[in-house]
Ligand binder design. Structure first.
Ligand SMILES: *Cc1c(COP(=O)(O)O)cnc(C)c1O
Ligand code: SF4
Length: 435
């Protein structure tokens, strides 16, 4: 196996990407302008092994990682373009900050759900659903490459006030001891696999002790298989990381690796197949998730191919998400009605063992809401919905109805069906628990 050395590209050096010469001047200028506002980082694996440079700018992996002109509004694009040419750095930075603030950098109340221990707020954690605590290792607040649709983009853009970060593994462990309802700890980011095995060990190994017997599942959310599979092959501490996964299994817990894959191309290289196999050999189970994104995967055939290939490789398709209302959403958004059709067509086209995926699901303030389908009830066309996860666990899985709307792209654009004033979870006696 060749040793693959990571080479990252950002706005500063992207003109050194060997294939960049095949882009038009307009596309190169757009990267520089849009990249001032949205996060931009790519690497030599993505550029050499995933992107088809004969298909620019429409190539899905190019669109997933490279800023494109249409990702900003015409007005904002022109503003940044003009300021770049004419103004001083301080003016530019301020204008960019203002544009970012318009783009809803902190959607769906992510700043709520921050737990407290010993009177101290744990900014590196979120505890929204009873069983699962999210932890954001401060060293993992980056990714091997950045997705242009990413809702965590403030974390990568130096907006430190919004950054969830916590160094003290100590506080994480203390908190987990205070609540025996928590069965799952989900490490997320950014990408926790950008940290070293040593750092991950300092968080995970103490959890293998008897006093944490209520913690059954150690979950790791990561895009590393898609963006840098060499993390598990040739990186310096690849073996050490895999050994840590093995220790979790040996301690009688489940290591659930939640892999983000947006397109079947990300499953096509020898490197990713080998990395998947090495992770599986530790006893870990890989589940997969992705948002539904226009220009990247808004066709049921793409999902059919992706899920079929995932199951063949031993991965379990888990979630299909609706893109969140942040950053470049208007570029990527797909109406809920169409999202459901894509989901349904894809599910109908695969065998039963690939029908484990739930979606399309919106991670909204009250919970994860799945669009179950469209139908007519007493002559009224409606969406049927349910909470897959809810802040108030009593409400999980109860079907409810919204008026059909072929343009709506998010829960807050829907109104209750049958002329009702509120959704059931908004009624007074429930709202206090649901938030
Ligand atoms: C999705 C999510 C989880 C995990 O939910 P599962 O359905 O168990 O995968 C936990 N916390 C938050 C805030 C989430 O959005
Ligand atoms: S890998 Fe995840 S956190 Fe990182 S840029 Fe992509 S969506 Fe955002």
């Amino acid at each position: 196996m060749t040793i693959n050395k990571y080479r990252g590209f950002t706005l500063r050096n992207f003109k050194n990407i060997p294939q960049i010469g095949s882009l038009s001047q307009e596309d190169i200028e757009a990267i520089n302008i849009v990249g001032q506002v949205l996060p931009f980082k790519v690497n030599n694996y993505v550029t050499d092994e995933l992107i088809d440079w004969n298909n620019i700018p429409d190539d899905p992996i190019f669109t997933l990682t490279f800023p494109r002109r249409e990702m900003l509004s015409e007005e904002n694009y022109n503003k940044v373009s003009e300021l770049l040419a004419t103004s001083d750095k301080a003016t530019l930075i301020k204008a960019i900050h203002n544009i970012r603030m318009q783009l809803n950098p902190n959607p769906a109340g992510q700043k709520k759900n921050i737990p407290t221990v010993d009177g101290q707020q744990l900014h590196g954690m979120q505890h929204k659903y009873r069983e699962t605590a999210l932890f954001f290792p401060s060293q993992g607040q980056t990714c091997h490459a950045y997705c242009t649709f990413c809702f965590r983009w403030p974390q990568f853009s130096g907006m430190s006030g919004l950054k969830f970060a916590m160094r003290e593994a100590d506080l994480l462990h203390k908190y987990l001891l205070t609540d025996k309802n928590i069965t799952d700890v989900l490490f997320t980011g950014g990408d926790p696999m950008t940290t070293t095995a040593k750092v991950m060990s300092s968080y995970i190994e103490p959890l293998l002790d008897k006093k944490f017997s209520h913690i059954k599942n150690i979950r790791i959310g990561s895009k590393s298989l898609a963006y840098w599979p060499y993390r598990f092959l040739t990186d310096k501490d690849a073996d050490e990381m895999l050994l840590l996964f093995e220790k979790v299994k040996k301690a009688g817990k489940h290591l659930a690796f939640q892999a983000h894959f947006n397109h079947p191309t990300e499953l096509s290289t020898d490197a990713v197949k080998q990395a998947i196999e090495r992770i599986q050999n530790t006893g870990a189970i890989i589940r997969t998730q992705s948002p539904l994104l226009r220009y990247i995967n808004d066709d049921y055939k793409i999902w059919k191919k992706m899920w079929t290939e995932q199951v063949r490789l031993g991965l379990i398709p888990y979630y299909m998400f609706v893109a969140r209302d942040t950053g470049s959403k208007s570029f990527f958004e797909v109406p809920l009605a169409k999202s459901w059709e894509i989901y349904r067509d894809a599910i109908a086209a695969v065998s039963g063992i690939a029908r484990t995926v739930r979606g399309p699901s919106m991670s909204a303030a009250p919970g994860k809401v799945q669009v179950l389908g469209v139908n007519k009830v007493n002559g009224e066309k409606v969406f049927m919905l349910r909470f897959l996860q809810c802040r108030n666990p009593d409400l999980t899985n109860i079907p409810f109805f919204a008026k059909y709307d072929n343009k709506a792209t998010w829960l807050d654009e829907l109104v209750p069906a049958f002329g009702e004033k509120q959704f059931f979870y908004e009624k007074d006696d429930l709202i206090s628990k649901t938030g």
